[in-house]
Design a protein around this ligand. Structure first.
Ligand SMILES: C[S@@+](CC[C@H](N)C(=O)[O-])C[C@H]1O[C@@H](n2cnc3c(N)ncnc32)[C@H](O)[C@@H]1O
Length: 186
């Protein structure tokens, strides 16, 4: 089960490129999505749209999904690309048709939404063979730059949960404080 939801009052902390790209670069996030030639993509827990903006030029439509409408308000204040549509929703109950998404991704949010229901919903809404790209803080890190380690998952935890939901994991990496997992939908 996921941990507490990010505090909207700290939203400005998400808009610090010099800090954010130290842990997860735009290049490593966009790479697996662009390689798959995706058209419709969902950003799961899009927040202020920091990484949504990086993915938008590589897709026709990006749905920015966030459970907190106030986060979308922060994104609108910054300016939302024309091909980004903001959706208020819990990842565990997405307003998308079966197989509607070519891909989905999340950055630093898996630990907040992870549940069997959320992964089942992603298996339903991402087309068969479509990509799910997950970057998050790692429980194997020291706790630098993110939530306490007891509020994080390890890459192995995410891999096990994704495989239990029917996903095929195609790559997995743990660095210092973060992990990345790329999986294909069932
Ligand atoms: C730590 S912030 C990261 C935001 C963005 N992904 C980034 O990297 O800048 C986590 C975001 O996920 C959203 N969130 C948390 N749980 C969620 C859920 N179950 N469904 C949808 N959004 C969720 C929060 O409201 C928050 O905006």
């Amino acid at each position: 089960m996921g941990f507490h939801t990010f505090d909207v009052d700290r939203a400005s902390e998400l808009e610090r490129p010099e800090v954010r790209y130290r842990w997860v670069s735009a290049e490593e996030l966009v790479g697996p999505l662009a390689a798959a030639d995706v058209e419709v993509v969902a950003d799961l827990g899009s927040g202020t749209g920091f990484y949504t903006d990086d993915v938008a030029p590589h897709a026709e439509t990006v749905y920015g999904v966030d459970v907190q409408p106030e986060m979308h308000d922060r994104y609108r204040e910054k300016g939302v690309p024309e091909n980004v549509e903001l959706v208020v929703s819990d990842v565990a109950d997405l307003p998308f048709a079966d197989g509607e998404l070519d891909a989905a991704f999340s950055t630093m949010t898996y630990h907040e939404f992870a549940s069997d229901a959320a992964l089942a919903e992603l298996a339903r809404t991402i087309r068969s063979g479509g990509s799910l790209v997950t970057f998050d803080w790692s429980a194997d890190g020291d706790g630098d730059g993110g939530p306490p380690t007891d509020e994080r998952f390890a890459a192995a935890d995410a891999v096990a949960a994704l495989e239990a939901a029917g996903f095929e994991v195609v790559s997995e990496s743990t660095r210092t404080e973060t992990f990345g997992v790329v999986a294909r939908a069932p």
